[in-house]
Design a protein around this ligand. Structure first.
Ligand SMILES: Cc1cc2nc3c(=O)[nH]c(=O)nc-3n(C[C@H](O)[C@H](O)[C@H](O)COP(=O)(O)O)c2cc1C
Ligand code: SF4
Length: 662
């Protein structure tokens, strides 16, 4: 192997009987990449296989869900409201097993190892009749002895299938919102029989599962657990208690590895931490496990490690033996190879926006496909494989606007061999990303700007900053194709009395430093995603006293359950007060008049120095319209927000698709 600057990261590791080629792990991520429900199809294989081919040593792919069928005399899965409603346990479905076998062959062909994560969820049944996660409002069925026994056997049955089809390791999922986790947690395990009690007694269920699984798979496969180092829920296990339980499980002598993270799916942090958290912020749980456990038990730590430099340091400083880098691989399936070869500036680092997990848990697009804000290929690997071809005839391409859509259009067109000129009126590329990156906890968004800047140089795109583009300037470049990606501007509500008053400003302008506000600020919001919380927090970070008046049931109404708690906790911590369900009717010099979103009551609020608007944005496509009318340029496209202001992923995908079509 050629020499690499990341000597710890690329050192192989023996985990029980399994030789892991390097320390980079795709811990299990159920991003639902298969397009055929209940099967492992070519999309699945393309998606997770790309990471193996991209140099990731340990491939966890997607979880093996064991929940169903329930024992024959139990009712069906009615009420299983938190997703994952397959009507059978996947490992009992022959096409699924066949697909998984084929997938494992692919992983091995790439030189990586494959881990099967075995999961029982706990939404329908649990050790005690206590709701397991906040996202769920019903009380689960309390399991009896026979049901517990049935579950333990189902883990063993699934492990036997994993062994048969070529998995290198089996992981019992004891973290997040799983059944084994709910046996460990003092909140959800209130049993007074042998399955409940103190920390040691609560480990009996996972240990019983591990024993039964070992009986079936012997020593030929690595066996381990995924466990939380800290629950982050009210009344939940704190770090010391989790350490005690992890040690008990380790002392059983049954496991070869412990995969440790923190949080659950409804918390702050969730176990998919957003950019509000530091890189590897909870690394101490890895170090504690490494200190506590026998050296034969390898420790895998994960949680917001997006960069090989950070990963190398964690390994070098003894925080863990293996490092989870899931979203690093979603954002860039080739990041490991690029790191090994020293091509660091080519890595597209995950910006921890959490769109991938939000989309997987509560899809906003139909038909669903795995989604990443910055990697347009994810979820569409087969299409890109088929459609990405060098241009038959290189064309002169002009792209106007260097936001995400424009950059991706330019990048893909250039990769296909076109000669691309990118015109940007600002001093730097990035568009709206540059505004978002100014919000507290969003500086990672700069990473994508950095990536695009590097790519423009690498691909020889003629990037012209501080350049105004009009129809004559474009035509002077004699393009064969033009993509207009001129973005959007903040929406100004029409017919709203007082909207022109001098103390009324736009949130985008505030964040770009174009305008300033007084000390007491009313943020009036008509948008449901991150724009409003970012503006509010930006103002709070500047010492302003901020109140948000918002049209929906809560702020960030379109942010999914994995992420919303992190946003609302941030609002609480920075002292922003939120008033939901209010629509602005009028502004005057002394106050604001609101109407209830759902009723007829009006409310008056006074005492603000400034009113900041967050009303979403409207597209800017006049240049596109002019070029279409002119008709002299053969191919004219409109990309991203200039067509329809949506989110980052949609802008990246739209731009990239145009780069593919030219
Ligand atoms: C889309 C998605 C699905 C996930 N599904 C699972 C899962 O099924 N089981 C699991 O243990 N963790 C799951 N995770 C959590 C990841 O394994 C990982 O712990 C988390 O993404 C944090 O690591 P990262 O910062 O490297 O992404 C999922 C994460 C993502 C992004
Ligand atoms: S969607 Fe966001 S969090 Fe997920 S991999 Fe892409 S950049 Fe990272």
């Amino acid at each position: 192997m050629s020499k690499t600057q990341f000597e710890h990261l690329f050192a192989p590791l023996q985990v029980g009987p399994m030789q892991v080629p390097n320390r980079i792990c795709e811990t299990t991520n159920t991003i639902n990449s298969s397009m055929i429900p209940g099967e492992v199809d070519d999309n699945f294989i393309a998606h997770h296989g790309a990471k193996a081919r991209g140099g990731v040593g340990w491939i966890g792919s997607e979880t093996w869900l064991l929940n169903l069928p329930f024992p024959p005399d139990s009712p069906d899965e009615v009420g299983l409201s938190v997703g994952f409603a397959a009507h059978f346990a996947a490992y009992q479905n022959p096409p699924w097993v066949e697909g998984m076998k084929k997938f494992y062959e692919e992983v091995h062909a790439a030189g990586s190892v494959a881990i099967a994560q075995l999961t029982h969820l706990s939404s329908v049944w649990a050790p005690s009749a206590v709701p397991v996660i906040g996202a769920q409002d019903y009380v689960p069925h309390e399991m009896g002895e026979e049901e517990i026994e049935w579950c333990i056997n189902s883990y063993a049955d699934a492990a036997a299938v994993a062994k048969e089809i070529g998995a290198d390791g089996v992981q019992i999922h004891c973290a997040h919102e799983t059944l084994a986790y709910s046996f460990l947690s003092p909140v959800t395990n209130r049993r007074t029989d042998r399955w409940g009690g103190g920390a040691e007694e609560r480990t009996r269920f996972p240990i019983a599962v591990l024993e039964r699984v070992r009986e079936r798979i012997g020593d030929s496969l690595a066996l381990g657990i995924r466990i939380s180092g800290k629950e982050f829920r009210q009344g939940g296990a704190e770090h010391l208690e989790m350490r005690e339980m992890t040690c008990h499980i380790g002392d059983s002598g049954l496991i070869d590895f412990v995969d440790i993270d923190v949080g659950h799916c409804w918390g702050a942090p969730s176990y998919v931490p957003s950019s509000y958290y530091d890189h590897a912020e909870f690394r101490e749980v890895g170090k504690a496990a490494r200190t506590d456990l026998d050296e034969n038990v390898s420790v895998l730590f994960s949680g917001r490690v997006n960069d090989p430099v950070v990963a190398e340091r964690l390994l070098k400083e003894g925080y863990c033996d293996l490092i989870g880098m899931v979203r690093a691989g979603i954002a860039d399936a080739d990041f490991a190879n690029k790191a090994r070869e020293g091509r660091l500036s080519e890595i597209r680092r995950c910006i921890s926006c959490t769109r991938c997990i939000d989309e997987a848990s509560e899809p906003r697009t139909f038909p669903y496909a795995p989604t990443c804000s910055i990697n347009p290929v994810i979820g569409h690997e087969l299409r890109w494989e088929e459609e990405f071809k060098p241009a038959a005839t290189p064309k002169r391409v002009v792209v106007v606007g260097a936001g995400l859509a424009g950059c991706e259009a330019a990048r893909w067109a250039a990769m296909r061999g076109h000669q691309v000129t990118l015109l940007e009126q600002g001093e730097r590329l990035g568009g709206q990303l540059r505004i978002a990156a100014k919000a507290p906890g969003r500086d990672d968004f700069e990473d994508q700007i950095y990536f695009e800047e590097n790519e423009m140089v690498r691909l020889g795109v003629d990037l012209r900053l501080k350049t105004h583009a009009d129809i004559d300037a474009i035509k002077a470049l004699s393009p064969d194709a033009v993509a207009i990606a001129t973005g959007s501007i903040p929406r100004v509500p029409h017919d709203l009395p007082g909207i022109d008053l001098p103390h009324v400003v736009q949130g985008w302008d505030v964040m770009q430093g174009k305008v300033s506000t007084g000390d007491r600020v009313a943020v009036v919001s008509q948008e449901d995603y991150y724009e409003t919380p970012c503006i509010a927090e930006y103002l709070a970070s500047k010492g302003k006293q901020v109140e948000v008046f918002h049209k929906s049931l809560h702020l960030g109404y379109e942010i999914a359950r994995y992420s919303i708690a992190m946003v609302l906790a941030h609002m609480e911590n920075c002292g922003v007060t939120v008033h939901p369900n209010l629509v602005l009717k009028e502004i005057d010099a002394d106050g604001l008049e609101f109407l209830s979103s759902f009723g007829e009551k009006t409310y008056r609020k006074e005492g603000f120095d400034s009113v900041v608007l967050a009303y979403g944005s409207v597209p800017v496509h006049n240049l596109y319209d002019e070029l279409k009318t002119d008709g002299s340029i053969p191919q004219v496209y409109v990309a991203g927000s200039a067509w329809l202001p949506r989110f980052m992923a949609e802008a990246s995908q739209h731009g990239a698709s145009i780069g593919l079509a030219i």
